[in-house]
Design a protein around this ligand. Structure first.
Ligand SMILES: Nc1ncnc2c1ncn2[C@@H]1O[C@H](COP(=O)(O)OP(=O)(O)O)[C@@H](O)[C@H]1O
Ligand SMILES: [Mg+2]
Length: 230
């Protein structure tokens, strides 16, 4: 049995349009896979497919040896897979605290203590409406919510988008801490400096296909950068 996440020849999309066309990859426990690529190339769609929100037209997704393909999105968390989408990540009418606690079956809010220490802006505003947060703060809130789950596998879609540099550095710290505790991550990003801080492996998408994959450092920043310029 192979440990970690393995996806093989994933084909998926919307209606008859396949926007991800035959993408494969893997991430082992204690490793971070970065997914790079310009806007509109299918990064979010690939992540949605791994999370179970977009059905696979072809291919396989296995987590610690078991097939995830047929498992509904809401059941994947129980299987150890947490997911944060790129947009609409916060319930604006609820308090910051309720946004954090809502989905915890055990209501153990203390699991957020470590994350909230890193992001005092969020900790100070637990009783405020989440809708009053700025775009970047909402991104932080959904990051905290996901990291607090301490899932063995976390899928995150552009966590650093709109977030201030010092908080991006703290996000990287938290991911590195979890990685050294054995957690695996798939992180979609366009911020190469952030990815450089955390990613072991990288996969570059272009028009729904993988055009480059391998060890982040071996591939080198320059080569990866050339795939991001329009
Ligand atoms: N919900 C959707 N319904 C139909 N088409 C979509 C939907 N979401 C994204 N797409 C299309 O799929 C393609 C890939 O989008 P996306 O996966 O969001 O790319 P990225 O995350 O790399 O910017 C784009 O052409 C986009 O317009
Ligand atoms: Mg996207």
């Amino acid at each position: 049995m192979s440990r970690g996440l393995v996806f093989d020849n994933v084909v998926c999309g919307y209606g008859d349009t396949m926007v991800v066309r035959g993408v494969s990859g893997k991430v082992e426990p204690g490793r971070v896979l970065g997914v790079l690529g310009r806007n509109g190339v299918g990064k979010s769609t690939l992540l949605r497919a791994l999370a179970g929100f977009v059905p696979l037209a072809q291919g396989q997704v296995r987590w610690n040896g078991s097939e995830l393909g047929g498992l509904a999105a809401h059941k994947r968390l129980k299987a150890g897979v947490a997911y944060t989408p790129q947009d609409n990540v916060v319930f604006g009418e609820l308090s910051v605290q309720d946004n954090l606690w809502l989905h915890l079956p055990d209501r153990r809010g203390d699991r957020y203590a470590e994350c909230l220490r890193q992001f005092p802006r969020i900790g100070e505003r637990l009783r405020q409406r989440a809708g009053a947060l700025s775009g970047g703060e909402r991104k932080l809130l959904s990051f905290v919510r996901t990291l607090g789950l301490a899932a063995p596998l976390t899928l995150i879609d552009e966590p650093s988008e709109g977030v201030q540099p010092e908080n991006i550095a703290r996000m990287a710290d938290l991911i590195r801490q979890r990685r050294s505790a054995g957690a695996a991550f798939v992180v979609v990003e366009q911020n190469l400096s952030f990815l450089e801080e955390i990613a072991d492996q990288v996969l570059v998408l272009d028009r729904g296909e993988c055009v480059l994959a391998g060890d982040f450092r071996a591939l080198g920043r320059e080569r990866l950068e050339s795939h991001l310029v329009v």
